[in-house]
Design a protein around this ligand. Sequence first.
Ligand SMILES: *Cc1c(COP(=O)(O)O)cnc(C)c1O
Ligand SMILES: [Zn+2]
Length: 406
Amino acid sequence: MRVKSLQCRICKKEFRAELNYVCDECFGPLDVIYNFDEINLTKNIISEREKNLWRYNELLPIENKKNIVDIGAGYTPLHKAKKLAEKIGIKELYIKNDTVNPSFSFKDRPASVAVSKCQELGLWAVGSPSTGNLASATAAHAARAGIPCYIFIPYDIESAKISQAQIYGAHIIPVNGTYDDANRLASYAGDEYDIGIVNVNVRTYYVEGSKTLAFEVCEQLGWVAPEHVIVPTGSGALLCAIQRGFREFNKLDLIKEEKIKISSAQPEGCSPIVDAIQNNSDLIKPVKKPNTIAKSLAIGEPGDGIFAVNTVKKSGGYGEKVNNDEIREAIRLLASTEGIFTEPGGAVSIAVLQKLVNQGKINSDERTVCYVTGNGLKAPEAPYTQPPKFSIVEPKREVLQSIIRR
Ligand SMILES: *Cc1c(COP(=O)(O)O)cnc(C)c1O
Ligand SMILES: [Zn+2]
């Protein structure tokens, strides 16, 4: 068996690898523990495989390959951002461009693993509460698997994200409330109707998919780790998963580095994790009414909050937040220097990068990776406070002389 057990992150009690996500002793979250002595994974073996996240399947919790639901998530470009680096004032900057996944956000990674696990567990339906991106990622993988999908979203997320999720055939349930309200309703649906709610009762397996964002970066850098990574943070699950990914690659001797700074990027208007880091607090203060254009990060009660805080602190990284104007500016900056269009959630890491460099917290020669996690077309109005205006011209060549200047 690939998975040895599930283990409580707090009290370390072990459980069998079933549909379980919470410790019955202390209510801590469970993590997947692998049979590491049985894993034989080398750089050569990995290099020869298909270019998607399943190239690391030994470190993903699916026992039987026939259960894998794959629509091509993962192995996205690691883009060397020369122009942006110059502009910001550092030497070696990379963008992990996860805007180009099948449903256009990094959520395809955990969704692919979670829906696969639901197949393996024989569940009849899947679903998720979502701030938008997980909705489409879950729905797309459910479509491929051919099983029903129930999506719980705050009613006021970007309309592009709602229509995208619906087109895959999912049942859309807009909730009159916040993400956290949608989350509670979805959890209830999971318990009551035996639905695999990918980021709730399947969460233990779900988060494993996001580790591949660490694996790929190391592989694409030529089997070395970055020195500093910046991670857009909502629930904190992605940030914690990236840290575990680096640790597992180190354990398997696929990278030498152990100390990698991990910084958390959040929007003002919903920054409970960054606030706890900055105030050196061991408590997450929930945000009752998140208010930010970075809607994919608007999670007021982050499930992995305190673990993300500890991960950042232990790594020597930072927590930083940015406002809506800074986010809009960062969307424009990334698009106009590197040709990558991201939604506000992804731009938060770029805006925070800029801030950390300005504060002297990132050295100019630090090998830095910014995770850019969602596509700009998911929130096409976000960069503008006013819709852009153009003047329409007659199709006559005379008009060109007043427009084009060499
Ligand atoms: C969900 C999401 C995140 C954050 O992931 P968490 O695991 O909730 O911290 C970051 N960026 C985008 C675009 C997302 O959709
Ligand atoms: Zn426990």
